[in-house]
Design a protein around this ligand. Structure first.
Ligand code: GRG
Length: 308
């Protein structure tokens, strides 16, 4: 009997109600974050206000959406993926607070609001980032135990993605690359770490929450890697094509900081082609799911066409 292999093209994802998916999952993650994080009344209130200011500032919640979409692709339940979804958002928000500090990118706006240090001062902003980083591990330690993935697997994966060989390595290379002309390979090294690592970890944690098979885990890892690379190329493009108002953060920062980006090295048109190529590779990684990873496909498509 002929094997039926579903060849879902990117277009098949267009039937999926991504807006609804993003909205409902963002509500789930917001409610859970509110429960996981200390209330503003907990002493000392300043730090809890500062943590909550940035985490509830209106981010797109892409990483939690990736966790949920990956869990669903593997037949898992949203509820079981909640701790992982909250943990990756805490890491992401911490990295943004620190990235915006005067010692790093020195930015005044993020998520359409004044940056954390502008509101609370540098000392509290550093501590709010530190506290969110710590909270992430307290939260991820609450993932359900799975036969293939004991709790420690999730904790270890998140630590790897956010540690000195990945997220922080990317930030170091990014800082050290300022004002220098980098090769595409050097830029790829930065993007793999500062952006792709956490997106890859998000889908892996989603898969783990659903006790995914090793083939599914491998497919999710590849998908996260490519979608993460595409995400950063698009971010570089948006930095030069969009306004600060649309982005909710200062546009044109890469040029101002003399940062190497895809548009600065290969030009805008080629950058767009590279982003589309990376997104195609992300789709191809989902083949083992045979059409059951429609939320992930739809997310990748949305990210390629996004304007903020
Ligand atoms: C460890 C201090 C420290 C920093 C880590 C990742 C990073 C280094 C800094 C964050 C700044 C940056 C340019 C990250 C790359 C990933 C990226 C494009 C983040 C923006 O993500 P969105 O668009 O943001 O998902 P929202 O606000 O919607 O959540």
């Amino acid at each position: 009997m002929a094997r039926v292999v579903s060849r879902r093209s990117p277009a098949s994802a267009s039937n999926f109600d991504l807006d609804g998916f993003l909205k409902t999952r963002a509500q789930v993650v917001d409610k859970a974050l509110d429960r996981f994080l200390p209330p503003v009344t907990a002493r000392p209130p300043t730090i809890h206000k500062a943590m909550r200011y940035s985490i509830f500032a209106g981010g797109k919640r892409i990483r939690p959406a990736m966790v949920f979409a990956a869990a669903e692709a593997c037949g898992g339940r949203t509820e079981d993926a909640i701790p992982a979804a909250c943990a990756v958002e805490c890491i992401h928000t911490y990295s943004l607070i620190h990235d915006d500090l005067p010692a790093m990118d020195n930015d005044d706006f993020r998520r359409g609001k004044p940056t954390n240090h502008k509101v609370f001062g540098e000392g509290i902003a550093i501590l709010a980032g530190d506290a969110l980083l710590t909270s992430a591990f307290e939260i991820v330690a609450q993932v359900p135990h799975r036969t293939r993935y004991p709790v420690a697997s999730a904790v270890r994966d998140l630590a790897d993605a956010s540690g000195s060989l990945q997220l922080i390595a990317g930030q170091v290379a990014d800082l050290e690359g300022e004002g220098k002309s980098l090769t595409v390979a050097q830029l790829r090294y930065i993007h793999e770490r500062k952006t792709s690592a956490l997106l890859r970890c998000s889908v892996r944690l989603g898969g783990m929450s659903a006790n995914c098979t090793s083939a599914q885990f491998e497919a999710l890892s590849q998908f996260g890697y490519f979608v993460g690379l595409a995400f950063q190329v698009i971010d570089d493009i948006l930095d030069v094509t969009q306004t600060s108002e649309t982005l909710g953060k200062t546009a044109g920062k890469d040029v101002q900081a003399q940062k190497a980006t895809y548009p600065s090295i290969v030009g805008l048109e080629k950058s767009r082609r590279i982003a589309a190529q990376l997104t195609r590779k992300a789709y191809e990684s989902l083949r083992p799911f045979r059409g059951r990873a429609v939320a992930l496909e739809s997310l990748a498509k949305y990210l390629l066409g996004r304007d903020r």
